[in-house]
Design a protein around this ligand. Sequence first.
Ligand SMILES: Cc1ncc(COP(=O)(O)O)c(C=O)c1O
Length: 400
Amino acid sequence: MHSFYTHCRDSLAAIEAQGRYRRFTPLQKQAGRFPLYLRPDGSEVLVWSSNDYLGMGSHPVVIEAACAAAQAMGAGAGGTRNISGTSPAHDALEAELAALHGKAAALLFTSGFVSNQAALSTILNSLPGWQVFSDQRNHASMIAGIKGSKAACHVFRHNDLAHLEALLRAAPPDAPKLIAFESVYSMDADIAPLAAICDLAERYGAMTYLDEVHAVGMYGPSGGGVSERDGVAARIDVIEGTLAKAFGCHGGYIAGDASVVDYIRSCAPGFIFTTSLPPMVAAAALASVRHVRADASRRSTLFERAETLKRRLRAAGLPVLPSTSHIVPLHVGDAALCTVVSRRLLDEFGMYATPINYPTVPRGEERLRFTPTPLHTDTMMDRLVAALKAILLPEHRAAA
Ligand SMILES: Cc1ncc(COP(=O)(O)O)c(C=O)c1O
């Protein structure tokens, strides 16, 4: 047997022994009953871990737009954007996203992951001597983009302005510099100090690249993200986002200066050499972005729901981790226990919450991650709190 086969089997056995083996949980979304999903046996499951943060994936306006576009234009795009894969839906969506962020231009990608990977590697392969400053907790897609370039990478401690400044100060003064960071860190549930990072970028002549994947649609008066909420969008060179989370559809994008966006459009292999988003997805996303920009009701309910869940979990004596965002993390601290709690929630209580284990978070910081949406009711929260008390409090007592 080839040594690679042995390597695969041994590695998988080690992952399994550490309680980190990932098993998919088959759950079927029900458009009319979100956040209630179906299991293969036909039973309903209350899902607490969807990144369809506003439930827009099931909004009638979005479903109608997808169906109408599929009827009119068919299922797939049929080509890359350069080879018969540009539809009016793509162009209109890019114009809408540029307007959402107050930027001159936007560019669609087939996912948020691809947008980060393609945009960052293209920027950082453009000039000699790039120095990139990357937050320690940045998403794998940003790290993939940075690693795919020849830039010198300086990792700063998570949200640590003093460390970032020390690294900027030590870098060659005339080298091109870029600070790459997120606004909402979805595993830590905290938010970066955007204005202070922009101050440092200006002081040291660095460009700013901001991933707003977990913020677009939810933060800011029109859902333009934390950069809109904090009034700093104009100070960010490139804003990256997804259509797959709060907008409930699929795809990723960047928004920025027209020549920067056009350069990436013209040079990024991850844009040029792949079939474009299906027009029906672009049309659905366009309907979603337009709706969310114009109507803040789901946005405001989201934050009320998240704060209510945090309060209720805390009142029940459950170890809620600090969160300044809409994400509600619950400390478990052990990979095997995290997996067990998630499985018991599903099998005994008909609810689903993702266990978050290493390498997504450091060892010892394993957690369950809840994302209450505007459609999670008080009664649903009562069910969750009662189930977690029944599962987790005895487990913690036994471990103590
Ligand atoms: C911070 C961050 N950026 C980018 C992505 C990738 O986005 P997408 O799911 O659209 O590929 C994710 C996905 O979870 C993410 O958490």
